[in-house]
Design a protein around this ligand. Structure first.
Ligand SMILES: N[C@@H](CCC(=O)N[C@@H](CS)C(=O)NCC(=O)O)C(=O)O
Length: 205
C-alpha cells in the first residue's frame, strides 16, 4: 500500500509510525499537499494528507479512519484494542493527543495564512491554551506510567499519537516550552523517538 504525504504532517507521521509498528508492507509517496494538490485530489476529494491507497486500489482518508483500517489489517499487532475498557482508555488518550495536534496546527495556520496585521493573537492564544491542556493531561498520564507505556503493558496508538504530536508541536512552536513544562511527556517522547518505527519515519529537520 501507498501512503501519500510527508512526515512534517503529524497525521501522516502517526500513520507511518503505526504502519511500521504493525509490520505491514507499505511505501511513502512524499507528495506535498500544498505544492501538488492535484496529485492528492485524484485520490482524496478533501485534498488532505494522509491518504492511504491500498493494494486493491481502495483509498482511505482521514488519519483516524486510516488507523482503524490499519488495525484491522494488523490483527494481533493492532495498536488500539478491539473492545472494552482497554479500548476506551486508548481511544481517549489518543483523542487527547490528536486534539493537541489539531489545536497546535490551528494556531500555526492562523499565523501562516494571515498577514501579520491580520493575525488574531487571541485566537492563536486560545488554540495554544487548548493544546497545552492536552499536553498537560498526557504529561500526567506519562508520569503515572513511569517508564512504561501510557495505557498498559504494550505500546498503543495513544503513545504513537502523543509522541508524534509532542515532537511536532515542539518543532513548530518551540516558544511553548513543552520539554520544560512537561518533563514526563518529554521522557516518554524520547523513548518513543528512539524506536526504529519512529526513526524510519523521521520528522524533517
Ligand atoms: N483530520 C485530518 C487532518 C489532516 C490534515 O489536516 N492534514 C494537513 C497536513 S498536516 C492537510 O492536508 N492540510 C491541507 C488542508 O487541509 O488544506 C486527519 O486526521 O487526517
Amino acid at each position: 500500500m501507498k501512503l501519500l504525504g510527508g512526515y512534517l504532517s503529524p497525521y501522516v507521521r502517526r500513520t507511518a509510525v503505526s504502519l511500521n509498528l504493525t509490520g505491514l508492507k507499505w511505501d511513502l509517496e512524499a507528495i506535498s499537499v500544498w505544492e501538488n494538490p492535484d496529485a492528492i485530489k485524484q485520490h482524496n476529494p478533501l485534498v488532505r494528507v494522509p491518504t492511504l491507497v491500498l493494494d486493491d486500489g481502495d483509498v482511505l482518508v482521514e488519519s483516524y479512519a486510516i488507523l482503524d483500517a490499519v488495525d484491522e489489517l494488523a490483527g494481533a499487532k493492532r495498536l488500539t484494542p478491539a473492545s472494552g475498557a482497554e479500548r476506551r482508555k486508548v481511544m481517549k488518550a489518543t483523542a487527547v493527543g490528536a486534539g493537541a495536534i489539531d489545536k497546535t496546527i490551528w494556531a500555526v495556520y492562523e499565523l501562516r495564512f494571515h498577514d501579520k496585521e491580520h493575525v488574531s493573537r487571541s485566537w492563536v492564544e486560545h488554540n495554544e491554551k487548548q493544546a497545552l491542556g492536552g499536553f498537560e493531561w498526557l504529561n500526567n498520564a506519562a508520569k503515572a506510567a513511569g517508564d512504561g507505556w501510557l495505557c498498559g503493558a504494550n505500546i498503543s496508538q495513544a503513545d504513537v499519537t502523543a509522541a508524534v504530536g509532542f515532537s511536532f508541536a515542539n518543532k513548530v512552536r518551540p516558544k511553548l516550552g513543552l520539554p520544560e513544562k512537561f518533563p514526563a511527556l518529554a521522557a516518554h517522547n524520547a523513548r518513543c523517538e528512539a524506536l526504529d518505527a519512529f526513526k524510519n519515519a523521521p520528522l524533517p529537520s
